[in-house]
Design a binder for this molecule. Sequence first.
Ligand SMILES: *[C@@H]1O[C@H](CO)[C@@H](O)[C@H](O)[C@H]1NC(C)=O
Ligand SMILES: *[C@@H]1O[C@H](CO)[C@@H](O)[C@H](O)[C@H]1NC(C)=O
Ligand SMILES: *[C@@H]1O[C@H](CO)[C@@H](O)[C@H](O)[C@H]1NC(C)=O
Length: 422
Amino acid sequence: MEKKKRLVKIWDVKHMFESSLIIFFIIGALTTTAVYYVNTDEQYTSTPASPATVAHSPSVYDSLEGCDLFSGKWVHDNDTYPLYKEQECPYIPGEFACGQYGRMDSKYQQWRWQPHDCSLPRFDAKQVLEKLRGKRIMFVGDSVNRNQWVSIVCMLQAVIPPGRKKMHKIQEVKQVQDVSLLTFKAFDYDVSIDFYWAPLLVESNADHPTKHKRTDRIVHIHSIEKHAKNWVNADVLVFNSYLWWGTPTLKILYDSLEDSTKYNVVTNHRAYRMVLRIWSKWVRTHINHARTQSYFMSMTATHHKGIDWGMQDNENCLNETEPVTKEHFWESGSDLKMMKTLELTLNNLKERGVDVKMMNITQLTQYRKDGHPSIHRLFYSTLKAKQLSNPSRYADCTHWCLPGVPDIWNELLLAYILRGLK
Ligand SMILES: *[C@@H]1O[C@H](CO)[C@@H](O)[C@H](O)[C@H]1NC(C)=O
Ligand SMILES: *[C@@H]1O[C@H](CO)[C@@H](O)[C@H](O)[C@H]1NC(C)=O
Ligand SMILES: *[C@@H]1O[C@H](CO)[C@@H](O)[C@H](O)[C@H]1NC(C)=O
């Protein structure tokens, strides 16, 4: 009973984005993407690669062996952070470019994640690129994963001279809706960092990167190959899938997405279990684990309910400029049962000899009520008077400003990837 109530609550929270807004929000996400990709295409010239000078430092990540990187606290550190400046990364779309959209404070960019039992090495973009030489990294999932993908590109791109990198080019801005795969390339390192849109992993009615809505969720349960055939050539796969399971129930189709006569309506938890089972079978049978490392990002917190940290019920992440300091803070929208399902799935895979590491970033995102764009982002529809008169109604407390919290997810991810690439 309690659980059911919470589900409904989660759904309520999602309603804070008015439903029409949600649609535009997503349509726009990729539209902006289009605009900035077109603008940042760069010419390939044939300057020879500069030789590596970092071969002496293969072990900075070795000291982390055995340390729980996810158990720790946020420490203000304006010497080290931010790792890049918002205006110096040409690839940040309007949905994450908070400064450009009027956010005046900057402390949210200056937090280091301090694990209790060890310290992360200082981030060094050149060294990371050198270690990733020849590799293709692919992020697969929803807009939070795209948020993380943009972050890692920004973290690395500053040390690559103009003309030696390229962001995915889309000829026609209007055609962007058909593009599920976005690619960043660093030529001299032969590194490719990609994002693939698949918010529910298997085929679904949310597959169109722009024309979809968040209600009336339909998944075609046995159809994973449609997307997954695009994932097999990666050296590192980074999955996520959580937010789109927020509707209380989903429709599960068995034959085809077009021909929807045979279906079941099941709870989101059941559907998530079913899809993760299909996904694990695919991972087990289609991935060459001698080549490819796989990761799954755990769910990230949203901050829609100010009451969780002692504000009024109708307040949210809007105007928040400091993290929550209370240890183990947990916001009421985070569905622990979903996280347990993921954990179980990955444990089962491990028993079968397949190691997909869960990047347990959930707790560290819980504290960061200050990290969201709120109203400081590009919105893709004209806001209604009713919304404008009450900005918390359209505040985005789901995504994350860049530079910001996703940069730390990437530092943690890289700590794992680089150890595995030895
Ligand atoms: C994730 O990390 C938090 C913080 O260390 C910890 O409390 C929690 O048990 C971890 N969850 C899983 C599934 O490992
Ligand atoms: C860094 O933060 C400290 C307080 O923690 C502050 O006194 C100092 O002015 C800050 N420096 C910069 C460059 O913002
Ligand atoms: C947020 O801050 C702005 C500017 O300081 C203020 O006008 C507004 O009332 C604040 N909103 C909330 C919900 O606190």
